[in-house]
Design a protein around this ligand. Structure first.
Ligand code: HEM
Length: 418
């Protein structure tokens, strides 16, 4: 057994039992971060903060929310919004955070793509990040159902219906997911359970994995430079701080992060107080009515790009119906980013502006996803349908064909230069 001596302070007593000093070193004061990174590297901490805001505001909302199709709408729109003191504030904080968290996730993902942070030993960071994207999406979708307004009901109807397209088991699967033959009380209560319990637990576990997977490869830097972290850390500890290429997470790096976080929080609370409406669909202020389909059903802005890929293929090809092709494209669009570390065939880790064709590829992909997002909200008729079709084809082509081709050439050039 370990040796325990008489402690002179509470800290020392705890330290002997919990190795607090060692833990602080490993997680904070000797966790080394490259100096050469910009504000985009603060997005991880912004995401963590948004997740905490979602948890805390969610706990307050949970005190008055009623997961019952007869009571849910009123519990949100009357009890929380009008009767409970500051209920409106917690709801606006929750709704706005749920929306901006996706903006930050997309910025964080595209930063990773721009700087090649998914390569050379960083694959697990990327994969755990993509798992977070998928679980956050499920969390957002299940939460959207809870107010039981018109969009909650019809989005649940449309999305659960998609599973019907899976061969052989589709129809049974839809009933299993809904817990009934149609979207009903059982559907609401199980999505409630997912939203407030199972998915948050899973997300917390995956955040742990995401952070842990950063330990060995460390975070990337603006130049993609391979840093000898042990050697650079020694320089810092020896007092050669200007020369060292790294800084400790605590207290040096976190102070930079907190500055970016502060600016972001001003933007966030500005939205909460003055522009919360953008995060709430007006149609969802009408109670769910299974007898009245809204004229135009669309998801929240962060799902529009993949929704447009689903709708983009609007004609049959041979034995395949438009619905089948759309579903396959939608399935691929939702998992394709998992494969980034393998679709990119080049070992070069560098910012996109130093990677020639990859730089063009990056911006075409970003613009294409913005086009898909905009057209995802427009009615899919006439010219809109064609724009959606071309943007969907371009999206799939960029990831499945152009990326491997461009990066293979890059690998050849890099091999030649070596
Ligand atoms: C939604 C919850 C998420 C949280 C809380 C989170 C948190 C973090 C943190 C704190 C870092 C280290 C600092 C930084 O680069 O910002 C990081 C790095 C990273 N994350 Fe995330 N992340 C999340 C989602 C994602 C997603 C969706 C992806 C993309 C698939 C992703 C991919 C990465 C990558 C590639 C890095 C390494 C960056 C580098 O080495 O330069 N993360 N994340």
């Amino acid at each position: 057994m370990a040796q325990f001596e008489k402690a002179n302070s509470v800290y020392e007593w705890l330290d002997q039992r919990l190795a607090l000093t060692k833990l602080t070193k490993v997680l904070m004061t000797e966790y080394w971060i490259p100096k050469n990174i910009n504000f985009l590297w603060a997005m991880g901490v912004v995401l963590m903060t948004m997740f905490k805001i979602l948890l805390i505001s969610g706990i307050f909302l949970l005190m008055y929310y009623k997961p019952d199709t007869k009571l849910a709408f009123d519990s949100v729109n009357y009890t929380i919004m009008q009767e409970v003191w500051f209920g409106w504030l917690w709801r606006h904080m929750h709704g706005v955070a749920a929306s901006v968290v996706f903006l930050v996730i997309y910025i964080h993902m595209f930063t990773g793509i721009y700087y090649g942070s998914y390569k050379r030993g960083r694959e697990m960071i990327w994969l755990s990040g993509m798992l977070l994207f998928v679980t956050f999406s499920a969390e957002a979708f299940s939460g959207y159902m809870l107010p039981w307004g018109q969009m909650s009901y019809w989005a649940a109807q449309v999305i659960t219906n998609l599973f019907g397209g899976i061969p052989f088991i589709g129809d049974e699967l839809v009933i299993w997911i809904r817990g009934n033959f149609y979207v009903a009380d059982a559907t609401l209560t199980r999505f409630f359970m997912l939203h407030v319990l199972l998915l948050p637990l899973v997300i917390m576990g995956i955040i742990g994995l995401h952070f842990y997977s950063l330990r060995i490869p460390h975070v990337n830097n603006q130049e993609g430079e391979e840093i000898d972290f042990d050697a650079e850390a020694e320089k810092f500890k020896a007092g050669r701080k200007a020369e060292a290429k790294v800084i400790p997470f605590w207290p040096v790096f976190i102070s930079k992060d907190l500055f970016v976080l502060g600016v972001f929080m001003i933007f966030y609370f500005y939205l909460v107080f003055y522009h919360y409406n953008f995060a709430m669909d007006p149609i969802n202020f009408d109670p769910a009515n299974p007898m009245k389909t809204p004229p135009h059903i669309y998801p929240e802005w962060y799902f529009l790009w993949s929704y447009e890929v689903l709708r983009g293929f609007f004609f049959d090809v041979g034995p395949l119906s438009a619905m089948d092709i759309g579903l396959m494209a939608f399935g691929i669009a939702n998992v394709i980013f998992f494969l980034m570390p393998w679709l990119d065939r080049s070992p070069v880790v560098a910012p996109a502006h130093k990677r020639g064709p990859f730089f063009i590829w990056f911006w075409v992909l970003l613009v294409d996803m913005i086009v898909l997002t905009i057209w995802g909200k427009l009615p899919p008729t006439g010219i809109n349908a064609w724009i959606g079709f071309f943007a969907s084809i371009t999206f799939l082509g960029l990831l499945l064909v152009a990326l491997p081709m461009i990066t293979k050439q890059e690998a050849k050039r890099a091999g030649g230069a070596a």
